[in-house]
Write a protein that binds this ligand. Structure first.
Ligand code: MG
Length: 393
């Protein structure tokens, strides 16, 4: 066994989809020449395809580790960082030093804006690949390396109801309920019939036991958010997500202190330094780390810090082929304060044939993939959708 990293490669994986992420185009929404649309509800840009960046690390003995991060927009910003900066600094490092390597990579840009964005995503992808390689080299599932396994099944909530009308969205939720799912989240930016109206309709259709959540997508100032959440409260939401702008820490804290509904935050965070001031101010009841932004090392640091504040962890799941999904499940399986995991059914199920894995999401829960490392390997089918975007050796 030679555990030193000998090659760092990155790939952009692009997968077509019939309906854009979050649902059909709304009033006034159009697709531009680059294939992007801007959602009117939150003024955020999204691609019309599914896209992510896959990282491959090869050790000197030939063992391979896989990572993945965001590639929704400008994926080559991430691949350029990997090829130009991170890759050369990884060569010769011992993959079993995953946390130490991640700390060193963040230090490279400490005085030049190391806190997030494409830089954070690039580190996240590399960090996930380092953990996978660590597991493959030692024959251990990543969950064992993260402190030990507490869960074999991870409750899943259905995320997003990408249909054009409220009646169709309610029907889709009913179909998932019939398949054993008990928790559902809808996206306020496509609640064209009204945010409170959508929650009321889902509650009536799915019954008192269903866990219902809404993603408010950072749309509101604190006063407006409080007013809206007061209207949602009679329908007993399990949580409301991202009521205020990510930079509005005061607003986040004021909302959480005022409403009687648990608030969830954190999908955009890159490091524990995003979580710390919000935990100190009681700005949320639930943290939602996204491993494709923060990587496994920071995911665990955020989750363990939340544990110390008696705050729950319900991880976020973005658009990818399933490699970072496996990483997020490995981390989730180690945590006593994890209660559910997001299930992006419109992404996860379609992309599963691109991986060799036992990972599944059925009857309301994820099963943790078996095998060393993350428990996923790209299948041959993946490479038809991948473009090589750099190699350092
Ligand atoms: Mg969200």
């Amino acid at each position: 066994m030679n555990t030193r990293i000998a090659e760092v490669e990155s790939f952009v994986v692009t997968l077509p989809r019939d309906t854009p992420y979050l649902g059909p185009l709304g009033p006034g929404e159009t697709v531009n020449a680059r294939g992007y649309l801007v959602r009117a509800g939150n003024r955020t840009i999204y691609p019309t395809v599914d896209r992510s960046v896959v990282i491959k690390l090869t050790a000197k003995d030939g063992t391979v580790g896989w990572g993945e991060t965001y590639g929704l927009v400008a994926p080559d910003a991430v691949t350029a960082i990997v090829a130009d900066v991170l890759g050369p600094c990884l060569l010769g490092r011992d993959a079993r030093d995953a946390v130490v390597i991640q700390e060193d990579l963040r230090d490279l840009m400490r005085v030049r804006g190391f806190r997030g964005g494409f830089w954070g995503d690039a580190i996240a992808g590399v960090d996930i690949a380092t953990w996978d390689l660590f597991g493959k080299l030692t024959g251990q599932p990543v969950v064992k390396l993260l402190g030990g396994q507490r869960h074999a099944r991870i409750p899943a909530y259905v995320s997003g109801l990408p249909r054009a009308t409220l009646a169709e969205r309610v029907q889709l939720a009913r179909e998932f309920q019939a398949r054993g799912f008990g928790a559902f989240k809808y996206a306020a930016v496509v609640s064209h019939e009204g945010i409170a109206e959508e929650l009321a309709a889902l509650r009536e259709a799915l019954g008192a036991q269903a866990k219902l959540m809404v993603d408010l997508h950072w749309q509101f100032d604190a006063a407006s958010a409080i007013q809206l959440i007061d209207r949602l409260a009679p329908f007993s939401p399990h949580f409301v997500e991202a009521p205020c702008a990510p930079e509005d820490l005061d607003g986040q804290a004021r909302v959480a202190a005022t409403v009687r509904v648990p608030v969830a935050l954190g999908e955009e965070w890159s490091t524990v330094h995003d979580a710390l001031p919000r935990l100190q101010r009681g700005a949320m009841a639930i943290v939602q780390p996204e491993v494709a932004h923060c990587g496994l090392s920071q995911f665990m640091q955020i989750a363990r810090l939340a544990q110390a504040f008696h705050v729950r962890v319900i991880p976020h799941a973005t658009v990818g082929v399933g490699i970072f999904q496996a990483a997020s499940l490995q981390a989730s399986a180690a945590l006593s304060n994890m209660t559910m995991h997001e299930y992006q059914h419109s992404v996860f199920d379609r992309h599963l044939p691109l991986l060799r894995t036992t990972m599944r999401c059925e009857s309301g829960a994820f099963t943790l993939p078996e095998g060393p490392g993350l428990g996923v390997e790209p299948a041959e089918a993946l490479w038809a959708h991948a473009r090589s975007a750099g190699s350092v050796s």
